[in-house]
Design a protein around this ligand. Sequence first.
Ligand SMILES: CC(C)(COP(=O)(O)OP(=O)(O)OC[C@H]1O[C@@H](n2cnc3c(N)ncnc32)[C@H](O)[C@@H]1O)[C@@H](O)C(=O)NCCC(=O)NCCS
Ligand SMILES: Nc1ncnc2c1ncn2[C@@H]1O[C@H](COP(=O)(O)OP(=O)(O)OP(=O)(O)O)[C@@H](O)[C@H]1O
Length: 232
Amino acid sequence: MRLVGLTGGIASGKSTVSNLFKANNIPVVDADLVARDVLKKGTGGWKKVVASFGEEILLANGEVDRPKLGQIVFSDPGKRQLLNRILAPYISSGIFFEILKLWIKGFKVIVLDIPLLFEAKMDKWTKPIIVVWVDPETQLRRLVGRDGTSEEDARNRINAQMPLDIKRSKADIVIDNSGSLDDLSEQFRKVLFQVTRPLTWTEFWLSRQGAFSALASVIVGVLICRKTFSNL
Ligand SMILES: CC(C)(COP(=O)(O)OP(=O)(O)OC[C@H]1O[C@@H](n2cnc3c(N)ncnc32)[C@H](O)[C@@H]1O)[C@@H](O)C(=O)NCCC(=O)NCCS
Ligand SMILES: Nc1ncnc2c1ncn2[C@@H]1O[C@H](COP(=O)(O)OP(=O)(O)OP(=O)(O)O)[C@@H](O)[C@H]1O
């Protein structure tokens, strides 16, 4: 099994690239969706976050007021670290569970779309690592355009992450998404080719097919040994 890391900065275009993978039948685990699930009313993550941040971050229906919590954590590094510390174990087990479901289904290549791949040190589990890079002006413009936030809010969110240039230096593959969607599609074709290359032996043994082949070989080996020794 090949676990491909997909990361970048906020609004650099990870979801747009994820959609291209999905359109090519490559499954994507979206860490933002997992993070939403672990913060749903009544979950372990929700209870711990409410205990630490107080009931003032809740809406009338008991769900977390996400924009409000966002405003708190993206303007205060200490509070952000606290939220990250609380949610990190729930998010990593959620991601692991999603991978397991796809492994059982027999997928050999799985893309992990994780905005904080490097920050959360999950990069050691993925190869290759794709970083979606965008120039700073375009990133700010797209973030403000998509979320309708103020420039100050948008800058806070961008500054809450590892600088995109550092992420780029840690990448195996860089997609420069500063241009048009057509430019992106063109780059994506080459990336898809790289990502879907035949599995290495290690990746094969980690896939469901590899694990079953290993198990079948062990069973056949045991049967042959038993037959050989019973004939002696
Ligand atoms: C603070 C929250 C409630 C704000 O929710 P909101 O709906 O406004 O934003 P959303 O979850 O869609 O995130 C949008 C983007 O913000 C960035 N982001 C999210 N959390 C963080 C964080 N803790 N640090 C830096 N950037 C972050 C990511 O690029 C993400 O793609 C939410 O982002 C959250 O629960 N964050 C903590 C969980 C986490 O670490 N998520 C990232 C998954 S690796
Ligand atoms: N090449 C492009 N040209 C024009 N707009 C683009 C391009 N790529 C992405 N966008 C737009 O930029 C915005 C941010 O893209 P996207 O949502 O894919 O980023 P993201 O990295 O997934 O963001 P987040 O970190 O918040 O999850 C979206 O509105 C998207 O439609």
